[in-house]
Design a protein around this ligand. Sequence first.
Ligand code: FB9
Length: 374
Amino acid sequence: MGKQVSRKVQHVEDKVKDLLISVQSGQAISKEDINSLKARKLIVAQTWKGYSVRKGPNYAPKRKKVATDLTRENLQKGDWKELEFKEYNFNAKGPPAESGHLHPLLKVKQQLKNIFLQLGFEEMPTNNFVESSFWNFDALFQPQQHPARDSHDTFFLEAPSTTRELPEDYVELVKRVHESGGYGSRGVKYMYDWKREEANKNLLRTHTTAVSTRMLYALAKQPFSPKRYFSIDRVFRNESVDRTHLAEFHHIEGLVCDRGLTLGDLIGVLNDFFSCFGMSKLRFKPAYNPYTEPSMEIFSYHEGLKKWVEIGNSGMFRPEMLLPMGFPEDVRVIAWGLSLERPTMILYGIDNIRDLFGHKVLIHSANVVFLAAW
Ligand code: FB9
């Protein structure tokens, strides 16, 4: 007689099955039940997103075409009155510009700006191409009969032909130093009657040294504090155009104003500046500028070109320029200048300055000649 199996319970409660049925019928079940069913992979969570769609205020059976443009036809047919125009999206981005490069001049300009800023120089405001002869020449102790001041070299303005206002007291001092010298210069060589109307003439500035003059005059009005200024901007000269000269170029100027500065300080600053630009070996040749004494042309040996290249001009501003401004006796200003076009032509291997302007520039802007050449 074998083992006997007898029914112990009347009814087997299959909790799991019941749970699954309630889930199926959407009844809520406890979290832990859900987790245990999930754990046994008997159920999977599904997220249902439902949307209720109803007619909006602008509902229309047919989409009303909004005009995106006011065309000539609209105007001619006059149907623009009925048309509804699409809101203007002022923030719409234009199609991304596929090509385009920074102009080589702008790249080198930025490089030079960074060098000046690193050396603690402050940029001078150069946003005035039109200048008066007074700030461009007279305040620089440049005599009124100097050849650079006639229309062969300078673009004078027809309208407005004369400047509206000049600082009268300062003009008087400049007039005197031109006419009878003073401040240590015998002034003999200038003995001429200085004409206000000549100083009033408006012109296109021939150098950004005109900006330096304004800034130094403003500086002399304040209690003295040493300053380092620089400027890089367009200047205009009525010169015959050739491979390296156009009627306008970018003048780069740096100046240091402090007590007791010497020519040695100038040579030091020039070495600091040009070595940042990869030009280490410098040579200096005495030169002449009406507004600096002594003055020096700056040369550097170019390995690539295997020759000494003139890379700029420099000097110490004359006391006849600084003292009428009101600077203390022992304040000196050393300064130098160069062009932007020349270095850019050499760095980009551009032989003719005309290629720096106009369509050809695109070809050059793609390729860069490394500074290593120096
Ligand atoms: O830029 C010039 N040459 C140059 C400069 C850099 C350079 O770098 C290469 C990257 C490697 C290569 C060349 N020059 C000055 C020298 C010559 O090109 C010169 O023939 C032409 N000069 C211009 C004026 O022409 C009428 C360049 C321009 C120039 C000259 C003088 C000054 C500024 C620009 C000045 C000044 C000055 C002097 C004293 C105090 C304050 C300002």
